[in-house]
Design a protein around this ligand. Structure first.
Ligand code: ADP
Ligand code: GN1
Ligand code: MG
Length: 357
């Protein structure tokens, strides 16, 4: 579908006149563009425009959550002496004061201020980066510690409910494309052998042992913008999945991505390894912020959460491969199967380091 970006941008209260746009970033869900604008008497300015994936999100609920959370974070950041325009996302309103614009075809768009002089890493960086990422996500949890979780919609119900994810995987095997089911026999067996992992966290969620908290739920390294000179975290982005959940989801998902020696898309599996030093670095940063607030069980489950979140992501990639790639963006027909193999290699490595759980 051809999108007239200029027409969309006209609906927003931006500073300046749009000159051109370019596709931006490597997300699997939304379409992201950098928008370049010229201004009189001031240097040019960029914005981030996103077409929100309304196939998977209820956009009203999603934007409700993002507005509440960013407003709350801005107050806290300012009270702590930080810069609320750089340390969290800032939405640019539409000319009629809304947080997003819906066009006549039903597509939904939002604009954020572009946070300049930052990078987002696509794969394991250095231990220093991982420690800083851990501190950033720990701090994010801490800032949201008193936020009333009941104000947030569960924007994708059961997002990290691994038991439900497994049920969806079983449906994908039963109803998937027969050739694909056959091609993925080995991977299906790998997943089925570990079915007993699925309920270990979700069955205790909401108890004293694993309290329900406000969590980010998509804590990939590329969802943090970092200062390229100091490697300090600047801003946590991609707030689409903020909702009630377990801190273990956030921790484990960061390890899945950040302690992999290769990217999630690497097909040469000899390059895909679990780096325990990266794990330690991330854990050190995360615990430096959050340990006093965590329960014993949460601390004990940190290694397992890394395996579980890798497993859950892998069965989501695998299910999507089986049904014909309807959820994650893919570049070629076996992309989701390759991602699955990559994640399973990582699990094998984690299991040989920690033992089977
Ligand atoms: P997705 O949900 O598709 O992953 P993201 O919100 O994570 O979309 O955005 C995709 C990429 O765009 C990010 O990884 C980051 O590189 C870049 N990005 C997003 N928001 C901003 C921002 N406000 N300033 C600068 N870069 C951003
Ligand atoms: C998606 O939006 P993005 O690319 O940051 C997905 C995550 C997966 C991740 C795997 C809303 O994240 O849950 O872990 O891909 N987000 C959604 O790379 O499904
Ligand atoms: Mg993202």
């Amino acid at each position: 579908m051809e999108i007239d970006i200029r027409k969309i941008v006209e609906h927003f209260d931006i500073d300046g006149e749009m000159v051109y746009e370019e596709p931006f970033g490597c997300g699997h869900i939304n379409d992201t563009y950098a928008i370049y604008c010229k201004r009189e008497l001031h240097p040019p300015v960029r914005y981030i425009l996103q077409r929100i994936n309304s196939e998977i999100f209820d956009v009203d609920k999603l934007m409700h959550n993002i507005c509440l959370v960013t407003d709350y974070l801005k107050e806290k950041i300012a009270a702590n002496g930080g810069d609320p325009l750089r340390s969290t996302l800032t939405l640019v309103r539409t000319r009629d004061g809304k947080s997003y614009y819906r066009d006549s075809s039903g597509s939904c768009y939002r604009i954020y201020l572009f946070i300049e002089n930052t990078v987002s890493y696509q794969s394991a960086a250095t231990r220093e980066v991982l420690e800083n990422a851990g501190r950033a996500f720990g701090n994010f949890q801490k800032l949201l510690f008193d936020f009333d979780a009941s104000k947030l919609y569960e924007v994708i119900p059961n997002f990290h409910n691994t038991v439900k994810r497994y049920e969806a995987f079983e449906r994908a095997i039963a109803e998937g494309i027969p050739d694909r089911v056959k091609a993925a026999e080995k991977e299906i067996s790998f997943a089925t052998e570990r079915k007993n992992y699925c309920d270990r966290i979700v069955s205790k969620l909401g108890s004293d042992q694993i309290p329900l908290r406000v969590t980010h739920n998509d804590t990939k390294l590329n969802n943090i913008l970092m200062d390229p000179d100091t490697n300090e975290s600047v801003c946590i982005i991609d707030l689409d999945t903020i909702m009630p959940g377990s801190l273990l989801y956030d921790f484990g998902d960061s390890i899945r991505f950040g302690a992999n020696t290769a990217t999630e898309d690497e097909t040469d599996l000899s390059k895909v390894r679990f780096d325990a030093g990266m794990y330690d670095a991330y854990a050190k940063g995360f615990l430096s912020e959050m340990e006093p607030y965590m329960t014993r069980q949460e601390i004990d489950l940190l290694p397992f959460s890394s395996v579980l979140m890798t497993y859950e992501c892998a069965i989501r990639f695998l299910s999507d491969f089986l049904v014909g790639d309807t959820y994650f963006k893919v570049d070629y027909p076996t992309h989701n199967l390759d991602r699955t193999r990559n994640q399973f290699k990582l699990i094998e490595d984690m299991e040989s380091y920690w033992g089977r759980f």
